[in-house]
Structure formats: C-alpha cells, structure tokens
Design a protein around this ligand. Sequence first.
Ligand code: PXG
Length: 460
Amino acid sequence: MTIHTKNINIEEVVKADIAHHFHPFTDHKSFHAGGGPRVITHGDGVWLWDGKGNKLLDGMAGLWCVNIGYGRKELAEVAYRQMQDLPYYNTFFKTTTLPATALAEKISSLLPKKFEHIFFTNSGSEGNDTIVRFVRHYWKVMGKPYRQHFIGRKRGYHGSTWVAANLGGMQGMHEQGGNLLPGFHHIQQPYWYDFGGDKAPEEFGLEAAQELDKKILELGPDNVAAFIGEPIQGAAGVLMPPKTYWPEIQRICRKYGILIISDEVICGFGRTGKWFGFETYGYEPDIVNMAKGLSSGYLPIGAIAFSKDLIKPFFDKGGEFYHGMTYDGHPVAAAVALKNIEILQDEKLVEKVAEIGPYFNKALASLQDHPIVGETRSVGLIGAIELTKNKAKRERFKESGRVGTICRDHCFNNGLIMRACWDTMVLAPPFCISKKEIDELVRLARLALDKTYADVKGEM
Ligand code: PXG
C-alpha cells in the first residue's frame, strides 16, 4: 500500500483545517473547542486509519457508500487509464463518451425491463432535484400541469440541495434556507418502534400506509405528482418498514395514478441483499434514484432510471428537457462505476450480503440483553440499535440525540465507527466484511454500550 502520510505533520493539518475548512453537517463551535477534525489517512477492506495511527473498523462504509470496501486498486487503475484516454467530455447536445453509454446500458440491465433509460447526475441530491423538475415537466407534457405535489415521509432524507431538502422531511434542514417551497408534504414514517404501540408490526405497516391515502385525499388526487420514499429510511435511523407497508403504498399510488419514486441512494447496489431495496420490499417504482453504492464512493456519480412510460412522451413529442450538469456521466466516474459493478457481479457481493445478512442480524441481536438496548434490527448489511431508558416501554432518554452522541464518541474512541441518528445507532459496513469482523464489530459496540450505560445509569 502506498501511504503518503509519512512526511505529514498531522498537527499542522489539523491547524490548517480549523483555519480554512468549513465543514458540512458539523457543529462549528464544538468542532473548534474539541480540537478540530480527526484526519482519516487511508483504508483497506473494512478498516480505516487516522493520522494518529489509530485503526478503526468502519461500520458505516464511509457515509453508507464504500460498499466494496477500501483499497481496491482496480478502480484506481481504471480511473488512471480513463484520465489518459479522455479525462472529460460532456453528454449534452447529442454527444456521449464510451464509459457513459456503457454505464447506462449496464445500470439498465440490473433493473426491471421497463427501465431502459438512465439520466446521470453527480450526487443523490442532484438526482432528486432532477426528478422533481422531470416529474413536473412530465405531467405538463401529459396535459396535467396541476399534478404538482410531492409526498414524502417525516425524517425522510433525500439530500441537501434546497429542492431535495424540501422533498425530505428533516425539520432541522427545513429551518435553514428560508421559506419552504410549495408543493412538498410529509407523512408519518412507518416506524413501529416509536409509533407502533401494542400493534403487530404488520397491522401498523398497513395503518402507516393509510396516511398516504389520507394526504392524497386532502390535496386532491389529481394534484399529486408523486410519492417518494427510501425503501429503508437510512439517515432517519434505519427505519425498516413492516412487510405490509410498501405493497400497500404501491396499491394506493396505482389507485390514483400517482408516480412512485424509490430513493435507492443507500439501498441500491446490494445493501439489503438484493440489487435494489424495492426488490426486498416488494414494490416496483416508476423512477429510481441512485448514487453512493453506484461507484462505492470512489468517485462522485449518481444516476436516475425512468420507466419507459415516462420517457416515451419526450421521444414522441420532442422538445428539450432544459436540465443538466456539466459533469453528468463524467467519463472517469462512469468508468469507475462500471468497474465497481463488475466487481459486485464477479465476486457475487450482493449474494454475499444476502448470505451473511442473517449472521449480522444474529450478532446484533446478541446485544438485546444489554440494559440500554431497546431493539436491534437489520436486513442484509444495514442495521440499527435502539438506545432506551426503559426496555419494556421502549422509552427514550431525555434530550433526543444526547445519549446517541455519547455512544458514538465511545465507539470512535474504541476503534469503531458507528453513527448515531438521534438515539438510534446505525450500521452499514462494507460488503467485504467477514464473520470474524462482524464479531469484532459487535464486541466493540458492546464495549461502547457498556461505557454509555455507565455514563447514563443514574437517569434510568
Ligand atoms: N437520498 C438518500 C436516501 C440519501 O441517503 C441522498 C439522497 C443525497 O445524496 P448526496 O450524494 O447528495 O449526499 C442521501 C444521502 C447521514 C447522511 O448522516 C446521509 C446521506 C448523506 C450525508 C449524511 O446519514 N445520505
């Protein structure tokens, strides 16, 4: 491994970072008071190293994206070759490059037959912005310009650009950026742990889906353009809907002729043990948004699949979709994504996620005896651990997010990266994780839970 950190003074890097780097999703006061960033220098498989030489098990695959794991030289080699052949050309104005076309064909081959066409973006947020423009324009082309409204879920995460943030249901984000945009609505999430009470999860799933029916009737069915959902709500805390939820959502959308958008930015490309989350949850969307796992995060690239029914009017009627970003289908990112998919296929990594999923589930379930663990859940290689004050009542600690942050910090200090979404600890390790590494992950998680318990015992 070539690691270019030998001659680097990490203290200098930290100083420079504090002086010049304005970070996303970071509390700036505690960032400065806490001594600045942890500098991640290199990675291999499921492991990362920081500038102080600490080795960390990355239970989050970066930000839910490094699915094939760190240190895959093949991707670097493909990028190097493509940069020499053609570092950039655009896909506007009836032009393409070899990797962009090959990737569109490849993504289409992984999806149900009706998804023949792929639009490229550079991130999940751009994908969702693109989808909103496309869908509203589509309905106009179809002679129904009044179909303007989008329905998503509370705490749904669809990105950080302003349209994507409106599409999502994160209150904290809505409070920053001025007036909310018109036409975006959010229904309760199908989160049995918090909202299910004494109901069986399946019954609760059906009930949660009825929220959509109610919202559609409130807005007027003809005014609704689309429903958007993540198969599993990732950033909300890996909220896995009961099995009954998505088929009922699909039934309701079909009843009113409303489009279904599956935001597969986290679930896509194998995370749940199938290529796409909609396969795991038994529904078929009209539009699929993808990013993250498409390139395993090695380079930024996103993609949207539109069903042929949505594309056809554009072919029939002509006219431009006045939309596109300079780097759509960037040849180097596309070449890397193609290689990433080739690795997923050749090494049968999606099948591996399905195979190791039950082991991961059982390993997480072994934490259920812990006094502050209220529930563990997972599918494939995405999971969560609920922190609770009272197991039987599924009671939350005071000040949402405080105990989760304590636990996250203990994890970090113990050599495990596990994220906290409020007081839900979440995990999405790289697909190359071994059973031995899962055991180690759970051992480190238990250690952090023990330390967290010691900190908050007095409140229980
Ligand atoms: N949709 C979903 C479902 C996502 O999870 C996006 C869209 C936006 O993608 P980009 O590439 O624009 O970031 C995401 C991104 C977190 C966290 O804290 C989650 C994401 C991004 C950053 C942080 O869990 N998801």
